[in-house]
Design a protein around this ligand. Structure first.
Ligand code: NAD
Length: 415
Protein backbone atom coordinates (compact mmCIF):
# COMPACT_ATOMS: atom_id res chain seq x y z
CA UNK A 1 0.00 0.00 0.00
CA UNK A 2 1.23 3.52 -0.73
CA UNK A 3 1.80 5.94 2.11
CA UNK A 4 -0.85 8.60 2.52
CA UNK A 5 1.05 10.54 5.19
CA UNK A 6 2.21 13.59 3.19
CA UNK A 7 5.30 14.12 5.37
CA UNK A 8 6.45 10.54 4.73
CA UNK A 9 5.88 11.16 1.03
CA UNK A 10 7.96 14.38 1.23
CA UNK A 11 10.76 12.48 3.02
CA UNK A 12 10.67 9.78 0.35
CA UNK A 13 10.99 12.39 -2.42
CA UNK A 14 13.87 14.01 -0.52
CA UNK A 15 15.65 10.64 -0.09
CA UNK A 16 15.44 9.97 -3.82
CA UNK A 17 17.10 13.31 -4.68
CA UNK A 18 19.68 12.98 -1.90
CA UNK A 19 20.85 9.64 -3.30
CA UNK A 20 21.32 11.18 -6.73
CA UNK A 21 23.31 14.18 -5.55
CA UNK A 22 25.32 12.16 -3.02
CA UNK A 23 24.55 14.62 -0.26
CA UNK A 24 26.48 14.66 2.99
CA UNK A 25 24.45 12.49 5.45
CA UNK A 26 24.63 15.21 8.12
CA UNK A 27 23.08 17.79 5.81
CA UNK A 28 20.43 15.26 4.76
CA UNK A 29 19.60 14.76 8.43
CA UNK A 30 19.25 18.54 8.93
CA UNK A 31 16.91 18.83 5.94
CA UNK A 32 14.57 16.08 7.14
CA UNK A 33 13.27 18.07 10.09
CA UNK A 34 11.70 21.50 10.37
CA UNK A 35 13.90 24.08 12.04
CA UNK A 36 11.02 25.17 14.23
CA UNK A 37 7.47 23.96 14.86
CA UNK A 38 5.12 26.30 16.68
CA UNK A 39 1.83 24.94 18.00
CA UNK A 40 -0.58 27.48 19.41
CA UNK A 41 -3.97 27.23 21.00
CA UNK A 42 -6.26 29.89 19.64
CA UNK A 43 -9.17 30.76 21.94
CA UNK A 44 -11.87 33.01 20.50
CA UNK A 45 -15.33 34.11 21.55
CA UNK A 46 -17.83 32.74 19.04
CA UNK A 47 -20.87 34.78 17.95
CA UNK A 48 -23.06 32.92 20.46
CA UNK A 49 -20.86 34.09 23.34
CA UNK A 50 -19.14 30.75 23.92
CA UNK A 51 -15.35 30.44 24.06
CA UNK A 52 -13.95 27.92 21.59
CA UNK A 53 -10.31 26.88 21.39
CA UNK A 54 -8.74 26.03 18.00
CA UNK A 55 -5.31 24.53 17.29
CA UNK A 56 -2.93 26.39 15.00
CA UNK A 57 0.43 25.41 13.55
CA UNK A 58 3.32 27.23 11.96
CA UNK A 59 6.07 24.96 10.70
CA UNK A 60 9.30 26.66 9.62
CA UNK A 61 11.24 24.13 7.62
CA UNK A 62 14.38 25.91 6.52
CA UNK A 63 15.68 29.46 6.17
CA UNK A 64 19.27 28.99 4.97
CA UNK A 65 18.56 30.92 1.74
CA UNK A 66 16.35 33.67 3.20
CA UNK A 67 13.29 34.31 5.38
CA UNK A 68 10.74 31.51 5.79
CA UNK A 69 7.86 31.81 3.33
CA UNK A 70 4.58 29.98 3.06
CA UNK A 71 0.81 30.08 3.20
CA UNK A 72 -1.75 29.49 5.93
CA UNK A 73 -4.48 26.91 5.45
CA UNK A 74 -7.82 26.84 7.31
CA UNK A 75 -9.35 23.38 7.05
CA UNK A 76 -10.94 20.78 9.37
CA UNK A 77 -8.46 18.13 8.17
CA UNK A 78 -5.27 20.13 8.84
CA UNK A 79 -2.70 17.96 10.64
CA UNK A 80 0.81 18.66 11.85
CA UNK A 81 2.17 16.02 9.43
CA UNK A 82 0.48 17.75 6.50
CA UNK A 83 1.80 21.18 7.52
CA UNK A 84 5.31 19.72 7.92
CA UNK A 85 5.18 18.30 4.39
CA UNK A 86 3.84 21.54 2.92
CA UNK A 87 6.57 23.53 4.72
CA UNK A 88 9.29 21.29 3.27
CA UNK A 89 7.76 21.53 -0.22
CA UNK A 90 7.89 25.34 0.12
CA UNK A 91 11.65 25.18 0.79
CA UNK A 92 12.17 23.22 -2.42
CA UNK A 93 9.74 25.39 -4.40
CA UNK A 94 11.51 28.63 -3.45
CA UNK A 95 14.88 27.03 -4.11
CA UNK A 96 14.02 25.58 -7.52
CA UNK A 97 12.77 29.05 -8.53
CA UNK A 98 15.97 30.53 -7.09
CA UNK A 99 14.03 32.87 -4.78
CA UNK A 100 15.84 34.16 -1.68
CA UNK A 101 13.38 32.44 0.68
CA UNK A 102 13.18 29.36 2.85
CA UNK A 103 10.01 27.33 3.39
CA UNK A 104 7.22 27.37 5.97
CA UNK A 105 3.52 26.61 6.21
CA UNK A 106 0.72 27.35 8.64
CA UNK A 107 -2.62 25.83 9.37
CA UNK A 108 -5.54 26.14 11.72
CA UNK A 109 -7.85 23.19 12.34
CA UNK A 110 -11.26 24.75 11.78
CA UNK A 111 -14.21 24.66 9.43
CA UNK A 112 -14.20 28.13 7.89
CA UNK A 113 -17.40 27.42 5.95
CA UNK A 114 -19.26 27.11 9.25
CA UNK A 115 -17.82 30.31 10.74
CA UNK A 116 -18.98 33.91 10.43
CA UNK A 117 -16.70 36.66 9.13
CA UNK A 118 -16.37 38.06 12.65
CA UNK A 119 -15.30 34.66 14.02
CA UNK A 120 -12.79 34.22 11.21
CA UNK A 121 -11.36 37.67 11.84
CA UNK A 122 -10.93 36.98 15.59
CA UNK A 123 -9.39 33.59 14.82
CA UNK A 124 -6.92 35.14 12.35
CA UNK A 125 -5.92 37.97 14.69
CA UNK A 126 -5.41 35.70 17.70
CA UNK A 127 -3.45 33.14 15.61
CA UNK A 128 -1.24 35.99 14.34
CA UNK A 129 -0.79 37.44 17.83
CA UNK A 130 0.27 34.02 19.16
CA UNK A 131 2.92 33.79 16.43
CA UNK A 132 4.12 37.38 16.75
CA UNK A 133 7.64 36.54 17.93
CA UNK A 134 8.22 34.14 15.07
CA UNK A 135 6.99 36.06 12.02
CA UNK A 136 7.90 39.31 10.23
CA UNK A 137 9.07 40.70 6.87
CA UNK A 138 12.61 39.53 7.57
CA UNK A 139 11.84 36.31 9.43
CA UNK A 140 8.70 34.56 8.16
CA UNK A 141 6.27 35.87 5.55
CA UNK A 142 2.77 34.40 5.43
CA UNK A 143 0.41 34.04 2.43
CA UNK A 144 -3.00 32.62 1.48
CA UNK A 145 -3.66 28.91 0.97
CA UNK A 146 -6.80 26.75 1.05
CA UNK A 147 -9.73 28.79 2.50
CA UNK A 148 -7.69 31.88 3.31
CA UNK A 149 -7.77 34.90 1.02
CA UNK A 150 -6.70 38.55 0.59
CA UNK A 151 -9.04 39.62 3.40
CA UNK A 152 -7.40 37.14 5.80
CA UNK A 153 -4.01 38.57 4.77
CA UNK A 154 -5.22 42.12 5.49
CA UNK A 155 -6.15 41.06 9.07
CA UNK A 156 -2.72 39.44 9.55
CA UNK A 157 -0.97 42.55 8.22
CA UNK A 158 -3.02 44.83 10.48
CA UNK A 159 -2.49 42.68 13.60
CA UNK A 160 1.26 42.45 13.03
CA UNK A 161 1.51 46.20 12.24
CA UNK A 162 -0.44 47.06 15.40
CA UNK A 163 1.99 45.01 17.51
CA UNK A 164 5.18 46.44 16.01
CA UNK A 165 3.82 49.99 15.90
CA UNK A 166 4.29 50.78 12.21
CA UNK A 167 2.80 49.72 8.89
CA UNK A 168 4.50 46.44 7.93
CA UNK A 169 2.96 45.17 4.68
CA UNK A 170 5.95 42.84 4.04
CA UNK A 171 4.80 40.34 6.71
CA UNK A 172 2.25 38.82 4.31
CA UNK A 173 1.76 38.49 0.58
CA UNK A 174 -1.47 37.98 -1.33
CA UNK A 175 -2.84 41.20 0.21
CA UNK A 176 -5.46 43.42 -1.41
CA UNK A 177 -3.88 45.87 -3.88
CA UNK A 178 -4.75 48.95 -1.83
CA UNK A 179 -2.62 47.81 1.15
CA UNK A 180 0.49 46.75 -0.73
CA UNK A 181 -0.62 43.74 -2.78
CA UNK A 182 0.85 43.01 -6.19
CA UNK A 183 -0.97 43.20 -9.47
CA UNK A 184 -1.51 39.70 -10.85
CA UNK A 185 -1.05 37.84 -7.52
CA UNK A 186 -4.57 36.34 -7.53
CA UNK A 187 -4.11 34.52 -10.83
CA UNK A 188 -0.29 34.11 -10.63
CA UNK A 189 -0.25 30.39 -9.77
CA UNK A 190 -2.50 29.53 -12.70
CA UNK A 191 -0.57 31.86 -15.01
CA UNK A 192 2.61 29.97 -14.10
CA UNK A 193 0.79 26.67 -14.74
CA UNK A 194 -0.25 27.92 -18.17
CA UNK A 195 3.33 28.99 -18.99
CA UNK A 196 4.43 25.44 -18.15
CA UNK A 197 1.64 24.00 -20.35
CA UNK A 198 2.84 26.21 -23.22
CA UNK A 199 6.47 25.12 -22.78
CA UNK A 200 5.60 21.42 -22.39
CA UNK A 201 3.37 21.52 -25.48
CA UNK A 202 6.20 23.14 -27.38
CA UNK A 203 8.67 20.44 -26.30
CA UNK A 204 6.26 17.64 -27.20
CA UNK A 205 5.29 19.39 -30.44
CA UNK A 206 1.62 19.68 -29.47
CA UNK A 207 0.04 22.51 -31.45
CA UNK A 208 -2.15 24.56 -29.07
CA UNK A 209 -5.17 24.30 -31.37
CA UNK A 210 -4.85 20.53 -31.32
CA UNK A 211 -3.99 20.32 -27.62
CA UNK A 212 -6.78 19.06 -25.36
CA UNK A 213 -6.62 20.05 -21.70
CA UNK A 214 -8.39 18.52 -18.67
CA UNK A 215 -8.43 20.26 -15.30
CA UNK A 216 -9.24 18.65 -11.94
CA UNK A 217 -10.46 21.19 -9.36
CA UNK A 218 -12.17 24.44 -10.30
CA UNK A 219 -11.04 26.86 -7.61
CA UNK A 220 -8.48 29.65 -7.85
CA UNK A 221 -5.86 27.54 -9.63
CA UNK A 222 -8.16 25.32 -11.70
CA UNK A 223 -10.47 28.00 -13.07
CA UNK A 224 -7.71 30.43 -14.06
CA UNK A 225 -5.57 27.59 -15.47
CA UNK A 226 -8.49 26.55 -17.69
CA UNK A 227 -9.14 30.17 -18.70
CA UNK A 228 -5.49 30.89 -19.60
CA UNK A 229 -5.11 27.54 -21.40
CA UNK A 230 -8.05 28.47 -23.60
CA UNK A 231 -6.64 31.95 -24.19
CA UNK A 232 -3.42 30.28 -25.39
CA UNK A 233 -5.48 28.38 -27.95
CA UNK A 234 -5.88 24.98 -26.20
CA UNK A 235 -9.21 23.19 -26.08
CA UNK A 236 -10.43 22.62 -22.51
CA UNK A 237 -12.33 19.33 -22.85
CA UNK A 238 -13.00 18.52 -19.20
CA UNK A 239 -13.08 20.15 -15.76
CA UNK A 240 -14.25 19.01 -12.32
CA UNK A 241 -14.79 20.08 -8.73
CA UNK A 242 -15.51 18.19 -5.51
CA UNK A 243 -18.99 17.20 -6.71
CA UNK A 244 -17.94 15.79 -10.08
CA UNK A 245 -16.86 16.72 -13.57
CA UNK A 246 -18.04 17.73 -17.03
CA UNK A 247 -16.79 16.80 -20.49
CA UNK A 248 -17.21 18.30 -23.94
CA UNK A 249 -14.91 17.07 -26.71
CA UNK A 250 -15.62 20.28 -28.65
CA UNK A 251 -14.26 22.40 -25.82
CA UNK A 252 -15.76 24.20 -22.81
CA UNK A 253 -15.82 27.96 -22.24
CA UNK A 254 -14.10 28.35 -18.81
CA UNK A 255 -15.71 31.74 -18.06
CA UNK A 256 -19.18 30.43 -18.86
CA UNK A 257 -18.50 27.34 -16.68
CA UNK A 258 -17.36 29.65 -13.87
CA UNK A 259 -20.55 31.72 -14.21
CA UNK A 260 -22.58 28.48 -14.07
CA UNK A 261 -20.66 27.34 -10.97
CA UNK A 262 -21.38 30.73 -9.37
CA UNK A 263 -25.12 30.10 -9.73
CA UNK A 264 -25.34 26.31 -9.35
CA UNK A 265 -22.53 25.84 -6.79
CA UNK A 266 -20.75 23.30 -9.04
CA UNK A 267 -19.49 22.85 -12.57
CA UNK A 268 -21.96 19.96 -12.90
CA UNK A 269 -25.03 20.55 -15.02
CA UNK A 270 -23.27 22.98 -17.38
CA UNK A 271 -25.35 23.15 -20.54
CA UNK A 272 -24.23 20.93 -23.42
CA UNK A 273 -21.69 18.98 -21.37
CA UNK A 274 -21.58 15.32 -20.43
CA UNK A 275 -21.29 14.45 -16.73
CA UNK A 276 -18.23 12.46 -15.68
CA UNK A 277 -16.74 11.42 -12.35
CA UNK A 278 -13.48 12.79 -10.96
CA UNK A 279 -11.85 9.47 -11.72
CA UNK A 280 -12.97 9.66 -15.34
CA UNK A 281 -11.69 13.23 -15.56
CA UNK A 282 -8.18 12.09 -14.63
CA UNK A 283 -8.34 9.29 -17.18
CA UNK A 284 -9.75 11.39 -20.05
CA UNK A 285 -8.36 11.24 -23.59
CA UNK A 286 -6.40 14.50 -23.54
CA UNK A 287 -2.93 15.91 -24.11
CA UNK A 288 -2.42 17.95 -20.95
CA UNK A 289 -3.81 17.01 -17.54
CA UNK A 290 -3.78 19.66 -14.82
CA UNK A 291 -4.57 18.31 -11.34
CA UNK A 292 -5.51 21.45 -9.39
CA UNK A 293 -7.42 20.11 -6.38
CA UNK A 294 -5.75 18.10 -3.62
CA UNK A 295 -2.95 15.70 -2.74
CA UNK A 296 -2.93 11.98 -3.64
CA UNK A 297 -5.04 12.04 -6.81
CA UNK A 298 -2.78 10.14 -9.24
CA UNK A 299 -1.80 6.98 -7.44
CA UNK A 300 -0.65 3.43 -8.10
CA UNK A 301 -4.34 2.59 -8.65
CA UNK A 302 -4.99 4.91 -11.61
CA UNK A 303 -1.60 6.00 -13.00
CA UNK A 304 -1.66 3.27 -15.61
CA UNK A 305 -4.94 4.66 -17.00
CA UNK A 306 -3.70 8.23 -17.48
CA UNK A 307 -3.81 9.06 -21.18
CA UNK A 308 -2.44 12.62 -21.16
CA UNK A 309 1.02 13.15 -22.64
CA UNK A 310 1.93 15.63 -19.94
CA UNK A 311 0.76 16.26 -16.37
CA UNK A 312 1.25 19.82 -15.13
CA UNK A 313 0.75 19.79 -11.37
CA UNK A 314 -1.28 22.80 -10.27
CA UNK A 315 -1.99 21.21 -6.88
CA UNK A 316 0.63 20.35 -4.26
CA UNK A 317 1.42 16.64 -4.03
CA UNK A 318 -1.22 15.27 -6.46
CA UNK A 319 1.00 12.39 -7.65
CA UNK A 320 2.34 9.69 -5.31
CA UNK A 321 5.91 8.34 -5.68
CA UNK A 322 4.63 4.98 -7.01
CA UNK A 323 2.47 6.76 -9.59
CA UNK A 324 5.49 8.83 -10.59
CA UNK A 325 7.37 5.65 -11.48
CA UNK A 326 4.46 4.36 -13.57
CA UNK A 327 4.12 7.66 -15.44
CA UNK A 328 7.88 7.74 -16.09
CA UNK A 329 7.73 4.24 -17.58
CA UNK A 330 4.81 5.29 -19.77
CA UNK A 331 6.90 8.28 -20.91
CA UNK A 332 4.34 10.73 -19.64
CA UNK A 333 6.04 14.00 -18.79
CA UNK A 334 5.26 15.36 -15.31
CA UNK A 335 5.99 19.02 -14.63
CA UNK A 336 6.27 18.72 -10.83
CA UNK A 337 4.33 20.84 -8.36
CA UNK A 338 7.38 22.61 -6.93
CA UNK A 339 7.96 24.08 -10.37
CA UNK A 340 4.52 24.03 -12.05
CA UNK A 341 2.63 25.85 -9.29
CA UNK A 342 5.48 28.13 -8.21
CA UNK A 343 3.94 31.13 -9.99
CA UNK A 344 2.09 32.06 -6.79
CA UNK A 345 5.13 32.19 -4.55
CA UNK A 346 7.15 33.89 -7.28
CA UNK A 347 4.66 36.75 -7.55
CA UNK A 348 4.55 36.75 -3.73
CA UNK A 349 8.28 37.36 -3.88
CA UNK A 350 7.65 40.25 -6.30
CA UNK A 351 5.01 41.58 -3.87
CA UNK A 352 7.46 41.44 -0.95
CA UNK A 353 10.12 43.22 -3.02
CA UNK A 354 7.59 45.91 -4.02
CA UNK A 355 6.53 46.36 -0.37
CA UNK A 356 10.14 46.71 0.80
CA UNK A 357 10.85 49.24 -1.97
CA UNK A 358 7.44 50.96 -1.68
CA UNK A 359 7.47 50.98 -5.47
CA UNK A 360 4.80 49.11 -7.41
CA UNK A 361 5.04 47.40 -10.78
CA UNK A 362 2.62 47.21 -13.70
CA UNK A 363 0.66 44.02 -14.43
CA UNK A 364 2.70 43.56 -17.62
CA UNK A 365 6.02 43.84 -15.71
CA UNK A 366 4.83 41.24 -13.14
CA UNK A 367 3.74 38.71 -15.77
CA UNK A 368 6.76 39.23 -18.02
CA UNK A 369 9.16 38.72 -15.10
CA UNK A 370 7.18 35.68 -13.95
CA UNK A 371 7.33 34.16 -17.42
CA UNK A 372 11.10 34.70 -17.61
CA UNK A 373 11.73 33.21 -14.16
CA UNK A 374 9.55 30.15 -14.78
CA UNK A 375 11.05 29.44 -18.19
CA UNK A 376 14.57 29.78 -16.72
CA UNK A 377 13.72 27.36 -13.88
CA UNK A 378 12.21 24.84 -16.33
CA UNK A 379 15.34 25.07 -18.46
CA UNK A 380 17.55 24.27 -15.42
CA UNK A 381 15.28 21.34 -14.49
CA UNK A 382 15.24 19.92 -18.04
CA UNK A 383 19.02 20.19 -18.25
CA UNK A 384 19.47 18.40 -14.90
CA UNK A 385 17.00 15.69 -15.98
CA UNK A 386 18.79 15.17 -19.27
CA UNK A 387 22.26 15.00 -17.71
CA UNK A 388 21.21 12.58 -14.97
CA UNK A 389 18.57 10.65 -16.92
CA UNK A 390 15.91 11.19 -14.29
CA UNK A 391 12.29 12.37 -14.31
CA UNK A 392 11.57 16.08 -13.93
CA UNK A 393 10.52 15.79 -10.27
CA UNK A 394 13.76 14.14 -9.28
CA UNK A 395 15.65 16.74 -11.31
CA UNK A 396 13.77 19.61 -9.67
CA UNK A 397 14.51 18.12 -6.23
CA UNK A 398 18.17 17.59 -7.11
CA UNK A 399 18.48 21.25 -8.05
CA UNK A 400 16.46 22.56 -5.13
CA UNK A 401 18.02 20.36 -2.44
CA UNK A 402 21.48 20.95 -3.90
CA UNK A 403 21.08 24.73 -3.64
CA UNK A 404 19.87 24.61 -0.03
CA UNK A 405 22.64 22.15 0.91
CA UNK A 406 25.26 24.39 -0.66
CA UNK A 407 24.06 27.31 1.47
CA UNK A 408 24.16 25.20 4.63
CA UNK A 409 27.66 23.99 3.83
CA UNK A 410 28.90 27.51 3.05
CA UNK A 411 27.39 28.98 6.21
CA UNK A 412 28.56 26.06 8.32
CA UNK A 413 26.81 24.53 11.30
CA UNK A 414 26.56 26.82 14.33
CA UNK A 415 28.39 26.98 16.75
P1 NAD B 1 -9.47 26.33 -3.95
O1 NAD B 1 -10.03 26.04 -2.61
O2 NAD B 1 -9.71 27.67 -4.57
O3 NAD B 1 -10.02 25.24 -5.02
C1 NAD B 1 -9.96 23.88 -4.84
C2 NAD B 1 -10.91 23.21 -5.85
O4 NAD B 1 -10.73 21.80 -5.80
C3 NAD B 1 -12.38 23.48 -5.61
O5 NAD B 1 -13.01 23.70 -6.85
C4 NAD B 1 -12.89 22.16 -5.02
O6 NAD B 1 -14.25 21.92 -5.31
C5 NAD B 1 -12.02 21.18 -5.77
N1 NAD B 1 -11.91 19.87 -5.13
C6 NAD B 1 -11.82 19.57 -3.82
N2 NAD B 1 -11.76 18.24 -3.67
C7 NAD B 1 -11.81 17.69 -4.92
C8 NAD B 1 -11.79 16.38 -5.43
N3 NAD B 1 -11.72 15.34 -4.61
N4 NAD B 1 -11.86 16.22 -6.76
C9 NAD B 1 -11.95 17.26 -7.59
N5 NAD B 1 -11.97 18.53 -7.17
C10 NAD B 1 -11.90 18.74 -5.84
O7 NAD B 1 -7.92 26.03 -3.84
P2 NAD B 1 -6.75 26.52 -4.79
O8 NAD B 1 -6.13 27.75 -4.20
O9 NAD B 1 -7.21 26.54 -6.20
O10 NAD B 1 -5.69 25.34 -4.56
C11 NAD B 1 -5.79 24.10 -5.27
C12 NAD B 1 -4.46 23.36 -5.11
O11 NAD B 1 -3.41 24.17 -5.61
C13 NAD B 1 -4.07 23.01 -3.66
O12 NAD B 1 -3.34 21.79 -3.69
C14 NAD B 1 -3.13 24.15 -3.27
O13 NAD B 1 -2.24 23.79 -2.23
C15 NAD B 1 -2.41 24.32 -4.60
N6 NAD B 1 -1.76 25.61 -4.76
C16 NAD B 1 -2.47 26.78 -4.71
C17 NAD B 1 -1.82 27.99 -4.88
C18 NAD B 1 -2.57 29.29 -4.91
O14 NAD B 1 -1.93 30.33 -5.16
N7 NAD B 1 -3.88 29.32 -4.70
C19 NAD B 1 -0.43 28.02 -5.06
C20 NAD B 1 0.28 26.81 -5.12
C21 NAD B 1 -0.41 25.62 -4.98
Amino acid sequence: MEKSNPYEMALEQLDKAVKKIKLDPGVHEILKYPKRTVIVSVPIIMDNGECKVFTGYRVQHHDARGPFKGGVRYHPDVTLEEVKALAMWMTWKCSVMDLPFGGAKGGVVCNPRAMSEGELQRLTRRYTANLIRFIGPETDILAPDVYTNPKTMAWIMDTYSTYVGYCAPGVVTGKPLSIGGSKGRLEATAMGVSFMCREAANLLKIEPKEGRVAVQGYGNVGYYAAKFAREMGFKVVGVSDSSGGIYDPDGLDPDAVQAHKGKAGSVRGYEGSEEITNRELLELECDILIPAALENQITEANADNIKARVVVEGANGPTTPKADEILFEKEIMVVPDILANAGGVTVSYFEWVQDLMSYFWTYEAVMKTLDEKMVAALKDVLETARKNRVDLRTAAYMLAVGRVAETIELRGIFP
